[in-house]
Structure formats: C-alpha cells, structure tokens
Design a protein around this ligand. Structure first.
Ligand code: HEM
Length: 195
C-alpha cells in the first residue's frame, strides 16, 4: 500500500469517476464567485463551531480556550479554497486533514455531517445574502457538491489509510496481510445478524 501523502492522494483521486470530481469548469466558476463567497467566512466559522460546541460528542474533541484557534484554521481553509489553485498541493492538504483528525479523535461521521452543514449554509447564503438567481445557485451548488465529494473522499479515505498504516507499523503486520485477514473475517460475518 502506498504511504506518502502524495501517493495516497493520487490513488484516492483515481478512484473517483471524472464526472464526480471537482472540474476545471467548477474551479473557474468558484474563483469567479470568490468575491461574493469570501464574506461568508464569518457566518461559516461561527455556525460551524456553534454546532460542534452545542453537541457533547463533538465539543469533547476540543480543549478549553481552543475555539478561536480552530475558527482561524477554518477561515484559512476557506480562504485557500477560494483562492485556488486546485492543484496537487490543495488535494494533499485535504488528505492531510484525515491524518490530523485521527490524532484529535475527530471521526469521519463528524466530518461528513459538518460537510452537510457547510453545503446547506452555503446554499442558504447564496439565496438569501448573495441573492444569486435560482439557476446560478443551482450551478454553484453543483460545483460545491463536486468539491465536497472530492474533499470528503480524500479526508475520509486518508483517515482509513493512515489508521491502517499506523496499525501495520505498530504490529509489524503488513497492510496486505491486514487486507487479507479482513477479507476472511468479513466473509464470515452475517450482515443481517442483529447485535
Ligand atoms: C467539513 C468538515 C471539516 C473540514 C473541512 C475540516 C478541516 C480541517 C483542516 C483544514 C484542519 C487543519 C487545520 C490547520 O491548517 O491547522 C483541521 C484540523 C482539525 N479539525 Fe477539522 N475539519 C472538518 C471537520 C471537523 C470536525 C467535525 C471537528 C471536530 C468535531 C474538527 C476538528 C478539528 C481539530 C481538533 C483539528 C486539529 C487541529 C490541530 O490539532 O492541529 N474538524 N480540520
């Protein structure tokens, strides 16, 4: 199994059918909308962390006094996203988040749920604040959904790959053998069994 962040990123992107990936046209559209999207930063940073701090499971991830720093990191991520370019470095950064999240006990369900929150918040803001025409909202959301799918794939799969790599390093069992052991185990599991 490949282990550098660049290799991991490339092999995850290769799994996505091209029509599902954030495209050059999506990039052009997002960069054109960037001046209107940039001021949504305050709303995103506040709403994102209000939701996380209001729920005990997600609030427990954070240390006391960490919120300002976390909000700043999300603002930086949003700025970098609106700035482009969507090059190998950008995608590797999204894959790196998977590894950072393992370290902090942020699970993929938490991450995916907050992506849903971001997309809904952006859709509402494009209608209510930016006041785009309905067709423009639909086209912008199409690009944002492909961005979300691409980034989610990278962050979630990088989480799994790094989890497996860590397990492999600490036990001395190769990732190939772990995969074979898993295949044998899951073949014997009955998905319809309750509990
Ligand atoms: C849309 C979903 C998410 C995105 C796009 C995202 C993005 C990021 C990014 C870009 C970083 C690296 C920050 C940096 O540059 O220093 C990061 C780190 C982090 N994120 Fe997330 N994140 C998401 C969901 C979450 C959730 C749901 C939580 C908590 C429940 C969370 C908690 C953290 C923490 C604690 C760090 C680590 C900071 C550190 O120790 O360096 N994130 N995230």
């Amino acid at each position: 199994m490949s282990s550098s962040l660049a290799e991991i990123t490339e092999s995850i992107l290769a799994q996505l059918p091209p029509c599902t990936r954030f495209s050059n046209e999506d990039e052009a559209l997002l960069l054109r909308l960037a001046p209107a999207l940039a001021p949504l930063e305050d709303l995103l940073a506040k709403g994102f962390y209000d939701a996380l701090f209001a729920h005990p499971e997600t609030a427990s991830v954070f240390g006391s006094g960490e919120r300002a720093e976390r909000e700043m990191a999300l603002r930086r991520w949003w700025r970098r996203t609106l700035q482009g370019p969507f090059d190998a470095r950008y995608w590797e950064y999204q894959a790196a988040v998977g590894l950072i999240h393992i370290r902090r006990g942020v699970t993929n369900p938490m991450m995916l749920a907050m992506w849903g929150w971001i997309l809904n918040a952006l859709q509402e803001a494009l209608i209510e604040r930016v006041k785009l025409a309905p067709q423009e909202v639909a086209r912008a959301m199409e690009a944002l959904y492909r961005l979300a799918a691409t980034v989610q794939a990278l962050t979630a799969e990088s989480y799994l790959r790094h989890y497996l790599l860590a397990l492999s390093h600490s036990t001395g069992v190769s990732t190939d053998l772990i995969h074979r052991l898993v295949s044998v185990e899951v073949a014997a599991l009955d998905p319809s069994a309750q509990g």
